[in-house]
Ligand binder design. Structure first.
Ligand code: FAD
Ligand code: MLT
Ligand code: ZN
Length: 462
């Protein structure tokens, strides 16, 4: 673990105040273990700055002293990037939680990095506006963490991931200098797009302190439907058809068999339709006028592809259907510590992938099970591998699944990022020339390697 001598401790404490420089075991515990419990680290110090100037001062002192920092938001990340696995100092951004007034003319807002997604949603909704990214960790995940991971969620097929919402950032660079570009000009072709580079950088290039986000009209009229399918292939075909025919399509999420059984037990509610099915879609259309007919017509056109349908029009019945999707991650967590593999497949390979995964996993760990669900409209499947009897699965399952993904032309990380969990597999998607460019970018932003040095980029082979 990094050693912080007294003089250094005092310099940090002077910057943030003694109540925001935490070192006692019981106070740092929640900052050193990730949401899943799989990644457990240790730290000599958690610093909780309250302003950009304080962040800049901390980063400068750390850089001068060669102390590694791990920026942390809500600590809901799922790839081990938010916790200090090599004894780094944790830089928590949660106290940067101010929301600037909504710019109604531009339909934009500037938010500090520690604002949670739920706070951002409540801040903009009185103006009939909405944040383009939504996900089940909304009460805890922060704008800074969502940008750093380029979070996706349930509405990517309509609005894109976090990178697409981003018009500008304020960020503290590794040497403590601050860059700020928050004007929010929709067109601004003045060279490299730094916000785009910071999106998905997972704390390795700079500390994001503020962001200017594009907002979208809040669509009040909504209709949701759960569709049951007898085969995975039918669900994939139906997804393609719905994407073509429903102009106001907001989400197409999927729940596969094991995930449906697990979540239905967890929420103590029986599966609403198609209890013998292989896959269920959760589909939502949203518009300023009632989209029910539009969605109903499109579902009719699916004909025999779909085995059963349940529709939710008012908010209570919609929430009743959505709980089967939103509660899956919690349901899985009750079964042990999963290895979370978040992948995208080309549409033509999705059905084969989902069908073959149980066999691929049991070849390397006969006691392991795969619980699958995800964002089918984006080709994104979450493969959660649970070991026998609540134990973690054999490490080799990851390599088996991710190699199979690469063989089918997919991505080993759809939306969660690389973190520390997938660094060793980056080569499956990125050539050695690309990784060399990653390293060059990292060293030009952070020459001394003090920002999240163990995340995203694999070590160079000796
Ligand atoms: P953290 O977990 O604190 O950090 C994540 C990464 O960002 C780390 O590498 C960290 O160092 C870096 N970081 C954090 N803040 C900053 C900053 N200000 N500057 C620079 N780097 C920073 N993800 C999806 O994409 N889609 C989903 O649908 C989704 N659903 C989820 C549901 C649940 C129940 C849970 C627990 C997680 C889910 N996630 C999902 C994963 C996670 O919520 C997102 O990745 C989220 O964006 C992380 O935000 P955070 O504030 O918790 O970041
Ligand atoms: C989700 O879509 O719910 C998530 O990305 C979280 C998970 O993979 O468990
Ligand atoms: Zn997801």
């Amino acid at each position: 673990m990094t050693v912080i001598n007294n003089a250094l401790f005092q310099r940090f404490e002077t910057i943030v105040g003694s109540s925001h420089a935490l070192h006692q075991d019981e106070l740092v515990a929640s900052y050193t273990t990730d949401w899943t419990g799989r990644f457990q680290g240790s730290t000599p110090l958690v610093l909780r700055p309250g302003t950009t100037d304080e962040v800049a001062a901390i980063v400068r002192v750390a850089n001068d002293a060669g102390i590694a920092l791990v920026p942390q938001g809500g600590n809901t990340g799922l790839v081990g990037g938010s916790v200090p696995l090599r004894g780094e100092v944790v830089l928590s951004l949660l106290r940067l939680d101010a929301c600037e007034p909504v710019d109604i003319l531009a339909q934009q807002v500037t938010l500090e990095a520690g604002v949670t997604l739920a706070q951002a949603q409540s801040h903009v909704s009185p103006f009939d506006l909405a944040v383009g990214v939504d996900l089940a960790a909304r009460d805890s995940c922060t704008i800074g963490g969502m940008i750093a991971t380029n979070a996706g969620g349930i509405n990517v097929l309509r609005y894109g991931p976090m990178r697409d919402q981003l018009l500008g950032v304020e960020a503290v660079m590794a040497d403590g200098s601050v860059i700020s570009h928050l004007e929010g000009l929709e067109k601004d072709n003045t060279g490299y797009h730094l916000p785009g580079l910071l999106a998905g950088s997972e704390g390795s290039l700079a500390v994001i302190t503020k962001a200017r986000l594009r907002l979208h009209p809040h669509l009040e009229e909504r209709c949701s439907a759960m569709l049951a399918f007898n085969s995975v292939q039918d669900a994939v075909r139906a997804t393609a058809q719905l994407r073509r025919s429903v102009l106001d399509l907001q989400a197409v999420e999927v729940i596969f068999r094991e995930a449906m059984d697990l979540v239905s037990t967890y929420i103590s509610t029986s599966i609403p339709i198609g209890s013998d099915g292989s896959a269920w879609l959760l589909v939502e259309a949203a518009s300023s006028s009632d989209p029910t007919d539009q969605l109903a017509d499109a579902i009719d056109q699916l004909g025999a592809l779909v085995s059963d349908v349940a529709v939710g029009r008012d908010s209570t019945s919609r929430a009743g259907l959505w709980q089967f999707r939103e509660k899956i991650t919690e349901a899985i967590a009750t079964q042990g510590t999963p290895h979370k593999l978040d992948v995208t497949l080309p549409a033509s390979q999705l059905a084969e992938f989902v069908t073959k995964i149980p066999e691929i996993i049991s070849r390397v760990d006969s006691g392991a099970t795969a619980v699958m669900f995800g964002h089918l409209g984006d080709g994104n499947v979450h493969v959660n591998v649970l070991g026998e009897g609540g134990l973690e699965p054999h490490e080799a399952v990851e390599s088996a699944v991710l190699n199979y993904v690469a063989q089918l032309g997919g991505s080993i990380s759809a939306e969660h990022g690389i973190g520390t969990a997938k660094k060793e597999f980056l080569h499956l998607n990125r050539s050695s020339d690309e990784v060399a460019i990653f390293r060059a970018i990292k060293s030009s932003f952070d020459p001394k390697g003090t920002l999240s040095p163990n995340t995203l980029i694999p070590p160079e082979q000796q």
